[in-house]
Design a protein around this ligand. Sequence first.
Ligand SMILES: Nc1nc2c(ncn2[C@@H]2O[C@H](COP(=O)(O)OP(=O)(O)OP(=O)(O)O)[C@@H](O)[C@H]2O)c(=O)[nH]1
Length: 487
Amino acid sequence: MTFNWFRRPNSESAEVPTPATQEETPAPEATPSETTTPDTADLLAFAKAAYKNIQEKQVETETPVAVEEETPTTTEEVTAPVTEITEDIVTPTESEPEQIETPALSFLERAAAEREAKQEKLIASAIETPAPETAIAITEPEPTPEVEVIELEFDDGFVWSAEVLAAQGRKAEDISIEEITWLKKLRQGLDKTRRNILNQIKSIVGQGPLNQNAVNEIEALLLQADVGVEATDYIINALQKKLLAEVTPPEQAIAYLKQILRDILDAPLAHKPPSSFAPTKDTLTIWLMTGVNGAGKTTTIGKLSHLAQKSGYNCLIGAADTFRAAAVEQVKVWGQRSGVEVIANPGKNTDPAAVVFDAITAAEARQTELLLIDTAGRLQNKKNLMDELSKIRRIIAKKAPNAHVESLLVLDATLGQNGLRQAEVFSQAAQLSGVVLTKLDGTAKGGVALAVVQQLGLPIRFIGAGEGIEDLRPFSSYEFVEALLSG
Ligand SMILES: Nc1nc2c(ncn2[C@@H]2O[C@H](COP(=O)(O)OP(=O)(O)OP(=O)(O)O)[C@@H](O)[C@H]2O)c(=O)[nH]1
């Protein structure tokens, strides 16, 4: 059965109820790990049962259990599109009615239908300037992405990951090797932040009532972890309220600290319906991917398209970062790797809105459920960026009025507070609805996640913890905080 990562039981968008998540926790004393987690011996038994179950499944299927690929170093080897269609794009006019054919046809028939549709000039759009180029390239993916087996090991990381899943009410028989592998990666990725800074905070908080010195120390450590001034103030105030007033046993104090961090991370979702974010089957969802060059936008699009494919969604990529020539090539490489088609316009200086237009046409013809759109990371100035993004939004609103649209900002965690300054420009330009935090592996600035949420008021939707195609998953505040403080 296909495992839907976007609706994973312990992710925010889950539809499956979790018996003891942080949202349902009335007080810090009753966090998942304290209420539902059995004692250590039981947890070990749980981990062993999960391990045995995964082993048995592996024997049954005799197929590789996880995917991991080398990041390609050059684009040339794989960029040649399998199919390239060159055609005239008839510039749509404002006055003509919109008619889009979405038949279930073979690939060639669909391509012909698209051509015909355009030739008949039946498509209206909000493109203000005509698309200068006259060719659309559809990079068809190779049939199956490469796979590589990941060894199943019953090690410390496995036990920790199983414990985190157990604490969220998961059953040993439902746990997959991929979930374990991801949690191990997350824990490893946050290792530096945890070791350098948060372990010290944990030991101070665990020592009993906070005196002023302890408060000052915690404050300095949080700032070092790039938690940011606002989130640090919030944490300190909340800790002081609780820990100055009462004598709290160390475990409870730490549980309280974890609760505070989760509260910050979950705050932007407080008034949202739980399943509002995951793509819905049989309807079109469009995610506009924004962010400065180098943040990991292209890589994220590749990883998301792979995740969408394996979660059972029809996915398509629109290469609308036409500002930088190499960006289109890079996105094509990722399309090849994840087995997802890329809609691009091969000419130079093409209108990104025209690419979006073509991508939506293709998405409608192919019954695409998730369309990922790459956008330019750098334009001459903020106004250009705003103009371009709003033009893209207008095209989407006109051409796909029923699509569910989200705008995600890709942020490089290693930049810490500097990344946030860039983020503010995008948040003014792009009507952002969430953040993808990349490169959490190997940085000591993992605390920036808290700053992002507190300062931008945006939820983190995905996190990246490595360069491989499997190294990005939906964000879970519970798992993140556990990896940060108890990994
Ligand atoms: N360690 C690590 N590296 C990452 C992660 N995500 C992306 N990268 C690396 O960051 C670099 C930049 O990623 P890109 O996806 O090319 O970034 P971009 O934002 O599309 O930038 P341009 O390609 O310049 O437009 C690449 O070397 C990626 O492999 C991550 O989660 N962890």
